[in-house]
Design a protein around this ligand. Structure first.
Ligand SMILES: *[C@@H]1O[C@H](CO)[C@@H](O)[C@H](O)[C@H]1NC(C)=O
Ligand SMILES: *[C@@H]1O[C@H](CO)[C@@H](O)[C@H](O)[C@H]1NC(C)=O
Ligand SMILES: *[C@@H]1O[C@H](CO)[C@@H](O)[C@H](O)[C@H]1NC(C)=O
Length: 112
């Protein structure tokens, strides 16, 4: 019973994290904010938002990509890192919303 409880908590944490904010890489205190993009869209009935946030190749190395879900109610977009990111000079982050829900996410690119 105990192991089941632990497993369901672990599962809840994994599933819960999915729709929330995400971080790839590690930001240093000396890193620069290279880009901050906020994508906010109104809900579309029976459809979902699927948006790519593109950071074109710059001259700094990316150390971290951070996505904040500005909806705090678990109905925001799931972020995923499509290409690039930490260790590269470019990044593409995909934001996929839920059906019939809007999105409001902020994507930050940090580098050095
Ligand atoms: C990261 O920050 C620490 C101090 O907080 C510094 O000593 C270190 O050199 C930094 N690393 C890079 C790769 O900039
Ligand atoms: C980016 O990373 C490459 C390879 O690690 C390094 O040679 C280059 O100096 C870095 N550029 C900057 C601006 O830190
Ligand atoms: C979540 O919060 C946002 C912003 O406050 C709102 O637009 C949206 O309808 C909410 N979604 C749900 C399922 O409550």
């Amino acid at each position: 019973m105990r192991i089941l409880l632990v497993l369901s908590i672990v599962l809840a944490v994994i599933l819960g994290c999915h729709a929330y904010s995400a971080t790839w890489g590690r930001r240093n205190s000396t890193d620069y904010l290279l880009s901050r993009t906020t994508e906010a869209r109104k809900p579309v009935k029976n459809n979902y938002w699927n948006i790519n946030v593109n950071y074109p190749t710059g001259k700094y190395n990316i150390s971290a990509v951070i996505v904040y879900d500005n909806f705090k109610n678990n109905s925001g977009a799931s972020p995923s890192l499509y290409s690039g990111g930490p260790g590269y000079r470019f990044a593409t982050v995909n934001l996929r919303g839920l059906v019939s829900q809007g999105i409001d996410s902020t994507v930050e690119i940090w580098g050095r």
